[in-house]
Design a protein around this ligand. Structure first.
Ligand code: HEC
Length: 129
């Protein structure tokens, strides 16, 4: 009887320990997904509709759309964005390179992460995904 109780105690301890480990790792996974750290920037499989267009809508479309878009450049959909990138002025403008007009005009430069996500999306084929 004494022997059994010890085994049972050991088993329970082991069970508690392993569930604590499992719970801990789940918690960590979720935390990383929900709150990516400042040095984490996801550049894998960038989606145009989920990642790129929201940035352009929030930072560019106020000037670059409508009947008379600034600089004669409209950026209100995938085709127009791709046309502008292929025209060769887009990346220099958002990277604030010399010889280009810094964009968004009058606003803060896009974050390094957002710029690298745009670069990644271009490398991944400028898909309308
Ligand atoms: C407040 C208005 C405004 C906003 C916001 C704005 N632009 Fe512009 N953009 C302009 C004007 C005006 C021009 C044309 C005059 C010039 O080149 O400075 C221009 C020109 C450009 C050009 C041509 C630049 C060149 O050097 O040939 C590109 C590319 C461009 N914008 C992209 C963007 C992108 C991408 C965004 C968002 C990240 C953006 N713009 C946000 C007003 C704006």
């Amino acid at each position: 009887m004494e022997h059994l109780t010890t085994k049972l105690k050991m088993f329970l301890l082991l069970l508690m320990f392993s569930s604590a480990v499992i719970l801990q790792s789940c918690y960590k996974d979720n935390e990383e997904d929900l709150y990516p750290g400042p040095d984490e920037c996801n550049t894998e499989n960038i989606s145009f509709s989920q990642t790129i267009m929201p940035v352009i809508t929030n930072n560019c479309v106020s000037c670059h759309s409508g009947a008379a878009p600034s600089g004669g450049l409209s950026l209100s959909n995938h085709t127009e964005v791709v046309t502008s990138i292929d025209g060769g002025r887009f990346m220099g403008a958002i990277r604030h390179e010399s010889g280009f007009s810094a964009m968004p005009q009058g606003g803060a430069k896009l974050s390094d992460c957002v710029i690298s996500q745009i670069e990644a999306w271009i490398e991944q084929g400028k898909k309308n995904n």
